[in-house]
Design a protein around this ligand. Structure first.
Ligand code: NAD
Ligand code: LMR
Length: 327
């Protein structure tokens, strides 16, 4: 039996938390032979902590063989102590009519404190995945507070967008979604994100050769993917939760699986012309468990370049908006 890994999850009593924790404890995220200890962190609010007790009771009642312990706390120093993975979900979701960037004022400061505590107390090999919105900039904020942990350990989730885009292309082409490959999300987890359809393939053929409706690819497709979160809020009255939890399972699973290629929000380091200090969705290849390299070889046409420029500008603007916070 492997040594258990410690997985800290913030916002553990929230909507995403409720779909996420049971998947982690079942082995879906780290594999069927990897025991886990869940370190569940909630806001210091009576109602949230009471709800967390209920969630922990349900986890107990599942009798998951891989679940070797549950810590419940509102103290980041306890929640992140020795954590190998820190899954930062806890943050306000947006409501109808809002953009995710509207959350920056409230949510941004959460990631200052958490970035500092993670850097101080998490395990030497700690990896951080940010889901709370706006995820890319919150990830940049958390990373900005770290002196010990290098920036590449901090990743933002754009996998939900990749999954959404994959399904949209499969439906349009009338094919099984497993035949859609090499589809990556560039830029911000916002309506400006760019699902780069030109490099994606369906049954090994370039997408534009299979779906010849360029107007749809450049227009409706990009818009459907970019605005899917708002469409769900409109329909459900609450932001996506089960699909977000599922995407986080995919995000981490791919990051611990050498050879996996997938979209991750990472420090751009100027790849694809992004500002060096923003966290942009980019194609990556996992090298060793928890580590990755950015795939830098895709050529961009003029349409793609204009989309990358727009999403980069939004990330730069978000960074400027929180400049005082990250000093
Ligand atoms: P929710 O309101 O149901 O749950 C959030 C939980 O976080 C609450 O229980 C709250 O008490 C807790 N929380 C707040 N501040 C905290 C703190 N400082 N420390 C620990 N816990 C804290 O919201 P949700 O539906 O679970 O969504 C969570 C976040 O994820 C939102 O910001 C949402 O917009 C975002 N989200 C991102 C994606 C993505 O693809 N990146 C997808 C869906 C949702
Ligand atoms: C999503 O994409 O579903 C989430 O980021 C929630 C939102 O605010 O859209």
């Amino acid at each position: 039996m492997k040594t258990p890994i410690r997985v800290a999850v913030t916002g553990a009593a929230g909507q995403i938390g409720y779909s996420l924790l049971f998947r982690i404890a079942s082995g879906a995220m780290f594999g069927p032979d990897q025991p886990v200890i869940l370190q569940l962190l909630e806001a210091p609010v009576e109602k949230a902590l009471k709800a967390l007790e209920g969630v922990a009771m349900e986890l107990d009642d599942c009798a998951f063989p891989l679940l070797k312990g549950i810590i419940q706390t509102s103290q980041p120093e306890i929640g992140f102590k020795d954590a190998n993975w820190c899954l930062l979900v806890g943050a306000k979701p947006r409501g109808p009519g809002m953009e995710r960037a509207d959350l920056l004022k409230d949510n941004g400061k959460i990631f200052i404190g958490q970035g500092q505590v993670i850097d101080a107390v998490a395990a030497a090999d700690a990896r951080i995945a940010v889901v709370g919105n706006p995820a890319n900039t919150n990830c940049m904020i958390a990373a900005s507070q770290a002196k010990r942990l290098p920036p590449e350990r901090f990743t933002a989730m754009v996998r939900l967008d990749q999954n959404r885009a994959q399904t949209q292309l499969a439906k349009k082409a009338g094919v099984d979604l497993t035949t859609v490959k090499d589809l990556f999300i560039y830029g911000n987890h916002s309506p400006t994100m760019f699902p780069a359809f030109a490099h994606a393939t369906i049954n090994g053929r370039p997408v534009p050769a299979v779906i010849t409706d360029t107007e749809w690819l450049q227009g409706r497709f990009c818009e459907n993917v970019g605005k899917r979160g708002a469409a769900i809020i409109e329909a459900r009255g609450a932001s996506s939760a089960a699909s977000a939890a599922n995407a986080l399972v995919d995000h981490v699973r791919s990051l611990v699986t050498p050879g996996a290629i997938h979209s991750v929000g990472v420090k751009s380091n100027n790849h694809y012309g992004f500002d060096a200090n923003v966290w942009a969705g980019l194609p990556v290849r996992t090298t060793t468990p928890g580590s990755y390299e950015v795939i830098t070889t895709y050529a961009m046409d003029d349409f793609a370049k204009s989309k990358l420029a727009a999403t980069n500008q939004e990330l730069v603007d978000e960074r400027a908006f929180v400049a005082d916070l990250i000093k």
